[in-house]
Ligand binder design. Structure first.
Ligand code: FAD
Length: 366
């Protein structure tokens, strides 16, 4: 066992951009890291989900990555960060410096397996190097992102495919597909990133999407700038519906890299296939494409399994969240969920949630 206290006022689950931002603002509002609030993260190191992203991904390949609040105090900015180094290394390094500078005391690897409501708050159970542990707390801030819950749509024949099927989180490197026939599914920037990497490595690449792709005129998409996407996410969260896909409402920015790929004919998508056969896919017009591998870059869902016993999920398929606060339990907050699932949104969530947490604690006499 550790000598860590087992009681705290706030447990933040997840130390990605959203969790760190909440922690920064809580500290700014006078809460003491490690005592008044605790950050638990399942990952082995700093970086949130970024630490797990594939090697070839660079900062600024599609979307803007916003700085964490207060990051300028450290003389750091993603705008001037190394764009030749893997994004996963740069982000992990900056987050690690940030955690140290603000002394945020992240407990990791600590995998939260269950959050249970008690008479006076919550019991948060997690696995760490010392085995099963529990924190008692008044407030839970869930900032677990989506990386742990990749979504793969079902198509007939999927289980009979003899080749390799993988999702975005399992993609490592284009070399694994050298001289193979590869089908890439999905209309987002991950799918496009894979196509760019597989060019001249795979024997053939077939790109399929459920909707025609809308390439924007902008070179860089600030997800927050896609106001329509944020509004739709917010409406779904407020109504407790399952969250809509972000990319279907933002479109894909025409970075120079993407424009050049459009010009040379790489980015030309086919409508979705209708079924999968043991050695490939078949389209609505009856044509078939041989495939050694199918890469599903088909998005993510919020990772919420550990909250199941709180019964927050609505029949409409989502959790009702307004301004970061869960409708069904006054002590539960969601950062990086729905309208705040981007780096800039995560920053905003940190600010608004920290204020609400402090005011909620004061109603409890803290
Ligand atoms: P995460 O970074 O996913 O952090 C969540 C943390 O919670 C992780 O460290 C995870 O290990 C931990 N966790 C999860 N479950 C548990 C548990 N049960 N117990 C303990 N810990 C847990 N946004 C942008 O603004 N710009 C971009 O360029 C951009 N690129 C992206 C590229 C890809 C491929 C993807 C998938 C997303 C991208 N996004 C981008 C969106 C991105 O998700 C957000 O920007 C932001 O990084 C998410 O921060 P977060 O803190 O909400 O989640």
């Amino acid at each position: 066992m550790t000598d860590r206290p087992t009681d705290t006022s706030v447990v933040i689950i997840g130390a990605g951009q959203a969790g760190l931002s909440v922690a920064y603002y809580l500290r700014k509002l006078g809460l003491d890291p490690g005592n008044d609030f605790v950050l638990l993260d399942r990952g082995p190191g700093a970086g949130g989900a970024w630490q797990f992203r594939w090697e070839a991904l660079r900062l600024g390949y599609a979307h803007r990555v916003n700085d964490l609040p207060g990051m300028d105090e450290l003389g750091l900015s993603f705008d001037t960060a190394d764009r030749t180094a893997p994004a996963r290394d740069v982000v992990a390094d900056y987050y690690a410096q940030y955690e140290r500078h603000f002394d945020l005391k992240v407990v990791r690897p600590a995998d939260v397996t269950r959050v249970r409501a008690t008479l006076d708050g919550f019991e948060v159970t997690f696995d760490d190097a010392y085995g099963d542990q529990t924190f008692s707390t008044q407030v839970v801030v869930n900032a677990t992102g989506t990386w742990g819950a990749p979504f793969i749509p079902w198509y007939p024949g999927r289980d009979d495919f003899r080749g390799r099927q993988l999702n975005t989180t399992e993609y490592r490197d284009a070399e694994e597909f050298r001289d193979q026939d590869v089908v890439v599914v999905g209309g987002g920037t991950s799918a496009i990133g894979f196509l760019l990497e597989l060019e001249n490595v795979a024997r053939s690449i077939t790109w399929v999407t459920r909707r025609p792709i809308e390439f924007l005129e902008e070179q860089e998409l600030n997800i927050e700038g896609g106001t329509r996407a944020v509004t739709l996410q917010d409406a779904a969260a407020r109504e407790g519906r399952a969250l809509p896909s972000i990319v279907s409402t933002t479109g894909v920015p025409r970075t120079r890299r993407i424009q050049a790929a459009i010009d040379r004919g790489l980015l030309s998508e086919r409508p979705m296939f209708t079924r999968i056969e043991p050695d490939g896919v078949v389209f609505a017009d009856g044509s078939a494409q041989h495939a050694d591998a199918i890469i599903w870059a088909t998005g993510f869902r919020p990772e919420l399994r550990h909250l199941a016993s709180l019964k927050l999920r609505e029949q409409a398929g989502g959790v009702t969240v307004a301004g970061g606060a869960a409708y069904r339990n006054a002590g539960v907050f969601f950062a990086g969920y729905g309208p705040t699932a981007s780096t800039i949104g995560a920053n905003r969530a940190g600010r608004t949630i920290a204020r609400q947490v402090v005011s909620y604690l004061s109603t409890l006499g803290y």
